[in-house]
Design a protein around this ligand. Structure first.
Ligand SMILES: CC(C)(COP(=O)(O)OP(=O)(O)OC[C@H]1O[C@@H](n2cnc3c(N)ncnc32)[C@H](O)[C@@H]1OP(=O)(O)O)[C@@H](O)C(=O)NCCC(=O)NCCS
Length: 182
């Protein structure tokens, strides 16, 4: 079976490869990137994350794909679609992203996320797409808005994997309905 490959002007969204661990680990071990997500990750944790994302691609035909920058071939992070795993969004089509800090502010996340949304529209047509993030994650929330998603305040929730008092525990949910990104 041919691997996943989706091109935008500056980026390639693709399946994960064994050699991607170093690039992704630079992202996941950076305190600036992880400040809105949780503890920085070990290299073993990053390798396990890639394995999990590969397994999801096999199970569902989509995942958080690697983002490769065309200009230098570097994997600068990921974006894509998974099936929500926590109870509040179980089974829903969830878009997400994580990018190396030196690549923020250049429109890469938006470019990749819009391509992922277009893919959902074409291949999972009729399904709404949701996104969740810590309430305080202003950069991620701004991106959700930029790609046309709407905040759903009635779906605010406390993330079940985080302990009470953790500042990242309060979460927000955004969604976009089929057709809204036409
Ligand atoms: C969330 C995250 C992906 C957002 O990345 P980002 O770079 O801010 O988002 P975009 O790609 O949309 O870039 C937007 C910025 O690029 C600027 N930009 C520059 N060139 C651009 C171009 N060619 N096209 C579009 N925007 C461009 C925009 O003006 C905007 O600037 P601003 O941030 O000063 O307003 C990133 O901050 C991140 O990885 N955070 C850590 C992980 C995380 O929190 N993940 C989400 C968990 S739910």
């Amino acid at each position: 079976m041919a691997g996943f490959h989706l091109e935008t002007d500056r980026l390639i969204l693709r399946d994960w490869q064994a050699g991607d661990v170093d690039d992704l680990h630079r992202v996941c071990s950076d305190p600036q990137v992880m400040a809105t997500l949780g503890p920085v990750m070990t290299r073993t944790g990053t390798a396990a994350l890639i394995a999990d994302l590969q397994a999801r691609a096999l199970d569902f035909g989509h995942t958080f794909w690697a983002i490769e920058r065309k200009s230098d071939g570097r994997v600068i992070g990921f974006t894509g679609l998974v099936r929500g795993a926590i109870i509040q969004i179980a089974g829903q089509l969830e878009i997400g992203w994580r990018l190396a800090a030196d690549c923020w502010g250049q429109g890469y996340a938006r470019e990749a996320a819009e391509a992922a949304l277009a893919w959902a529209h074409e291949h999972r047509s009729g399904e709404p797409v949701i996104a969740i993030t810590a309430r305080s994650n202003t950069r991620s929330r701004a991106l959700m808005q930029r790609i046309g998603m709407s905040y759903q305040p009635e779906h605010d929730f406390e993330h079940p994997a985080l302990t009470q008092g953790d500042p990242l525990r309060p979460h927000v949910l955004y969604s976009i309905k089929p057709g809204a990104w036409d």
